[in-house]
Design a binder for this molecule. Structure first.
Ligand SMILES: *Cc1c(COP(=O)(O)O)cnc(C)c1O
Length: 227
């Protein structure tokens, strides 16, 4: 199993480089986040041995246990799942990044609870680009105000946006949603926010996401296998 994780990682990296090249973007402009949710510490160790350092987790308690287990490794942990108020302290104390900020109240709690001895929590705002009603994420209309408010919090550093598009029926539809996210990202930058991260693209849509400007793809299945 360990050798297959290494092979899968190499394959995903090759796909990322290919997508960058096809899009005329420089090699290395897209970071790979390995989504290790539901997989145990051994799978993360195997990925680390193969050179992977950034890992994404959805379920906060599961992640905290795994982070403790893997304390000997220099890993960077990203929270990519929904964050309820009663989980903000765990996120503030154990993660390096949180991608799923969609309410000011959660951001304020994370800022207040971020321990002094740690650097600011790196955060992305989750935006609901395609208006999926069941999904979390701030609406495009409410994004600018939330982004300004989050950027002003002392113990957070706003790095960019995260999207989880609904499964699209055609590639053109998928592309349009990704493009909309890139437009929102660009317009925040134009307004003067120094953001650098567009967290967009998963196993199934990473090449399209990279073509449309993603700077970080979150890949689980293509690395670790089916959950
Ligand atoms: C599970 C998950 C991923 C990874 O999805 P795969 O299809 O396994 O690559 C990426 N982002 C989020 C927010 C997820 O929950």
């Amino acid at each position: 199993m360990n050798s297959s994780i290494a092979q899968n990682l190499a394959q995903v990296q090759t796909q990322i480089q290919g997508a960058c090249q096809a899009a005329g973007r420089p090699a290395g402009c897209v970071q790979l986040l390995a989504v290790s949710k539901t997989w145990g510490p051994d799978a993360v160790r195997a990925a680390h041995t193969a050179g992977q350092t950034a890992f994404g987790e959805n379920y906060i308690q599961e992640a905290v246990d795994k982070i403790a287990d893997l304390h000997d490794l220099p890993l960077v942990w990203h929270c990519i799942g929904p964050i309820q108020s009663n989980k903000t302290r765990l996120v503030a104390e154990h993660f390096d990044w949180a991608h799923s900020i969609d309410r000011l109240k959660i951001a304020q709690r994370l800022s207040e609870q971020r321990p002094e001895h740690l650097p600011p929590l790196q955060v992305c705002i989750q935006v609901n680009v395609d208006g999926g009603e069941t999904k979390s994420g701030v609406s495009p209309q409410d994004l600018p105000a939330l982004a300004l408010a989050v950027a002003a919090l002392p113990r957070l550093q706003l790095r960019g946006l995260m999207t989880i598009p609904e499964p699209a029926e055609t590639e053109a539809q998928m592309r349009a949603v990704h493009r909309q996210a890139k437009d929102l990202f660009d317009s925040l930058r134009t307004q003067g926010l120094p953001i650098d991260t567009l967290s967009m693209g998963m196993s199934a849509d990473m090449s399209v996401a990279i073509a449309e400007g993603s700077t970080m793809v979150r890949v689980g299945t293509a690395i670790f296998g089916k959950r």
